[in-house]
Design a protein. Structure first.
Length: 378
């Protein structure tokens, strides 16, 4: 695929170097030209990640290892070939590729390996807390025992916290393209006390939005909320603002995944701002899937001007050739943020996370201490 990002008055470039961790970055990656000192600040900044997918966080090295284990897969077992494989023509193509990687997760051992390695990569970026979105229906449907799946993610979670210091929590999401059968099974897995993992905090809805109306999932969200889970559906990524309204009205969303089209509806922006309903913004993802045409057209600026609370996230980072540090650099350029502004952005994520109050206080203090020390020596 040819480079699709327009050059504007701002400097943008296609990254040709290797991605953090392993493997090349897809050709479509656009990185902002921000000062080296600001990138260094971002690299050390303690962070929380609220919108990042389990399978979508598989690095080229891990995807290649899983593909080598399962030779019948169409996914390349060569990390170098994955850059081309992870170059998407549109959102539907992204879903097709994503599901092919999902198919590589076939045993509890695969689940444990992936989860642990995702935590390692998060820790490398100074992510202290992450809410990782998992789609257990996809694994159980492929034959992984539900108990084995839960044990694998919990074992990896506990090992990651002990070894890397990164706290993981889970969001179980319904794969919307799989219909109401997947909604029923995801709800069962999330609410059955015999299966529900200790780290589970929220309930989501992902996959395509076109042809997958939000209201049909209301009974399942009602059950999840009654069981004490928070509502965090995707909405308004590839459809209009009416999908966001549906998520708020029918699914009682506490945060909105993406919400990109919210900028088209001033009343919606005012509602989000008034009720402090955050948007989980993923800029590079929106460019890669063509939800937004160019970086300079991304609505994050309109969100902040309207007073909407935003967090910045990486979504499916290796697939999009990015990571959370790069997304903070994107935000710095789009929103004209300095170190203090970036620290406030990081604290936004902490404040609207589902971390306990003591954990929020500790992480907020760590961000403040890091920023103060940086500014004293810069």
């Amino acid at each position: 695929m040819t480079e699709h990002t327009e050059r504007t008055g701002h400097t943008e470039r296609t990254e040709q170097t290797r991605a953090p961790g392993d493997g090349p970055r897809p050709e479509h990656l656009v990185t902002p030209d921000v000062p080296r000192d600001l990138r260094a600040f971002i690299a050390g900044l303690p962070k929380a990640e609220l919108h990042v997918h389990h399978v979508g966080s598989a690095s080229p090295r891990i995807v290649a290892e899983l593909a080598a284990r399962h030779r019948d897969s169409q996914v390349p077992a060569d990390p170098e070939a994955l850059a081309e494989y992870f170059t998407f023509t549109d959102f539907a193509h992204f879903i097709k590729v994503y599901l092919s990687v999902v198919d590589l997760i076939r045993t509890p051992e695969d689940v444990r390996l992936l989860t642990y390695e995702v935590a390692r990569e998060l820790a490398r970026q100074q992510v202290r807390y992450a809410e990782l979105t998992l789609t257990p229906f996809s694994s159980v449907r492929r034959g992984i025992d539900a108990r084995g799946f839960m044990d694998a993610i919990e074992d990896a979670r506990k090992a990651a916290e002990a070894e890397f210091g990164t706290v993981l929590r889970w969001c179980f999401d319904i794969p919307g393209e799989a219909g109401l059968e997947s909604a029923e099974e995801t709800t069962r897995l999330a609410t059955d006390d015999r299966l529900r993992p200790e780290g589970l905090v929220s309930f989501g809805l992902g996959g395509p939005e076109i042809g997958v109306p939000r209201p049909q999932f209301k009974p399942y969200f009602d059950r999840a909320i009654a069981a004490g889970l928070h509502s965090v559906p995707h909405a308004g990524e590839t459809t209009g603002p009416e999908t966001v309204w549906d998520a708020l009205t029918h699914l009682r969303a506490e945060r909105i995944g993406h919400g990109t089209s919210s900028a088209q509806d001033p009343k919606l922006l005012a509602h989000l701002a008034e009720h402090r309903i955050p948007l989980e913004v993923c800029p590079t993802s929106n460019i890669a899937t063509r939800a937004v045409r160019t970086l300079d057209e991304h609505p994050i600026k309109e969100f902040t001007r309207a007073g909407v609370l935003v967090t910045v996230n990486s979504d499916d980072p290796p697939m999009f050739g990015t990571d959370l540090n790069n997304e903070y650099a994107v935000a710095a350029r789009l929103l004209d943020l300095d170190e203090r502004g970036l620290a406030e952005l990081a604290k936004n994520a902490v404040d609207v996370s589902f971390l306990d109050a003591a954990g929020k206080a500790r992480l907020g203090e760590e961000i403040d201490s890091y920023t103060a020390a940086w500014l004293r020596t810069s």
